[in-house]
Design a protein around this ligand. Sequence first.
Ligand SMILES: Nc1ncnc2c1ncn2[C@@H]1O[C@H](COP(=O)(O)OP(=O)(O)OP(=O)(O)O)[C@@H](O)[C@H]1O
Length: 682
Amino acid sequence: MDVHLDHPITVIKGIGPKTSQQFASLGIYTIKDLIEYFPFRYDDRKLSSIENWEDGSKITIIGTINSSPHIVKMGRKSKITVSVSLDNDTSIRATWFNQIFAQHKLLPDTTLWITGKYSLKYHQITVSHYEILDAHNAPKATGKLVSIYPATKYLKTEEIRRWIQKALEYSCDTIIDDLPQYLIDKYRLVNLNIAYQWIHHPSNLEEYRQAKRRLVFEEFFQYQVQIQLFREKYRNEHQGISHLYNEKFIKSFTYELPFQLTKPQTIVMHEILNDMKSNKPMLRLLHGDVGSGKTIVGIIALLANWTSGCQGVLMVPTEILADQHFQSIIDTLKHIEVRIGLLIGRQTKKEKQIILEKIANGSLDIIIGTHALIQDRVVFKKLGLIIIDEQHRFGVQQRTLLQKKGEYPDILLMTATPIPRTMAMTIFGDIDVSVIDQLPAGRKKVVTTYYSDSDQEKVWNKVQELLSAKQQVYIVCPLIEESDVLEIEDVESIYIKITDQFKNEMVGLLHGRMSDAEKQAIMKGFIEGSIAILVATTVIEVGVNVPNASAIVIYNAERFGLAQLHQLRGRVGRSNLPAFCFLLANTKGDLAKQRMEIMVSSNDGFYIAEKDLQLRGPGEILGFKQSGLPRFRIGDIIDDYKIMEVAHLEAKKFIQQYGASAENHPFIKYHRKGQKGSNFLL
Ligand SMILES: Nc1ncnc2c1ncn2[C@@H]1O[C@H](COP(=O)(O)OP(=O)(O)OP(=O)(O)O)[C@@H](O)[C@H]1O
């Protein structure tokens, strides 16, 4: 039987219901899914010649056991040691830790491959992998670069490797390479079949590089064609709503604001209003550093939308933010008769029912909410504008579902992720991008300093001084990635310490495991000023706006990505008050010190992200990793950005050449079938 890439993995002999279920938990259903489950690293298990053995390095040898195993057991721990003679008449000691079950295999005269860490002092190898030499079969996973896959409790990397090998054997005759030939020639890409073989079993680094280059190009090109086609269609083929908004009203509203819009805010506002006026649906990304004043621009768009007789929504990622925006929008618009509603998960069934009815019969004009807005039950009378705040926190499907609740409504995505404009345009396939690149006048730089643990006294003195001046303070607890439970223990113990230290102040505690009602009560207290100190985990990271908070203390700052520290720091300096950020950091290493220095020297999100990138290596900065930029199977937007640029340009040409029929090109069609649909902006 011919096996094709879109066949289910169960066509492979040996994959039964149990294994296929285990693969399903990794999102693997078809042969293609399996083959495209790429290794995340390679273990170099090529035979190492003795002159290259260095203390502490990983080496691979072939040898024959020449002693009986010496076994030491300590409770559940164990150690097996044998002597292994090598080709050159010397011997080396080999030690296995905690592999007591191997003792029956490690018998004298057994010849085996061994990979492990070499100790010069003891002339010993600590075994991480071994394979007994089999006269009939080549070694399976040694003597070469060995691919290592993300494994699970049930599917070990060896097993995954074995099934992928089978899948490659089954399908190698039927794999069709339909990437346009001119691209293969122009970029000297290796054939798809070879790329699959090499990515799983490279003989050397060059094969790996060539395979990866081909597969990344393919992935990015296909992504670019699809999003560019989508955008073309969304913008050009569909009639959107031409908002005939009340220009005079908007003008006088902006005039009466308690502050003057900054120049970039004004420019961006006009860009958005022009899009809204046009009958093409808007699809725009509004990008601005923390605290640059994106929200007011969003509010103006919502008002314009309302004056043109449509409903508008603002969707935000957390209930804290929804509450906050709801309150502040009501406050900003208190002299206007616009009807504003809130829809969030915490509301009772009855409350929700009332809101849903009002949304459906058009008696609410602006609705602020969380994911709750996406549910089927939410039906709008006339949805004209969607604003999504912190857009990267939403999945693509969620955004699409919201968009389908209207007839090609205008869409404005807002983000503070520090990605340069041209990069955003490339990555998102020429989406329109607006940037607010200036903070409101009068904003002072947040004065940032870092302290070692032993130096904390100074920080708390300054905090006391600010509290005495009736200002408020955030205290952010260490980031503990492995465990929510530990994080809560930490935040609670810091809360007790702070309560004890500042006996005369109200201290609030906020973390992710609290109930929504508790969180809301605490946030309300902090916003209204009855709580002076807020001890919190990173739940306050995005969007929280309490202008009277003038200082933020961040524990274990060295554990955070700089982009994330910048976001956190953005919680202060949101008014004319002088603002302070105190980083409590363990800066023993040079790198940690350098990173803290960057925070001290700059308040510019782009600059910080760039520096973090340089210092920690591409793709590693938390801000980027968490930012929800589209994720790919093999390509990495940051590491492989050059390929993304090329793919972006080639996709543009491809669409020009083929027009709308581009989506029927076998290459695009084929991939679309296999596409899991998670990579798209919309
Ligand atoms: N032009 C302006 N002049 C003075 N203050 C302004 C101006 N524009 C906005 N503000 C105020 O600045 C504060 C921050 O604005 P906003 O919350 O919109 O920032 P943001 O860009 O959404 O930031 P974040 O990404 O951190 O949520 C608010 O208190 C807002 O009222």
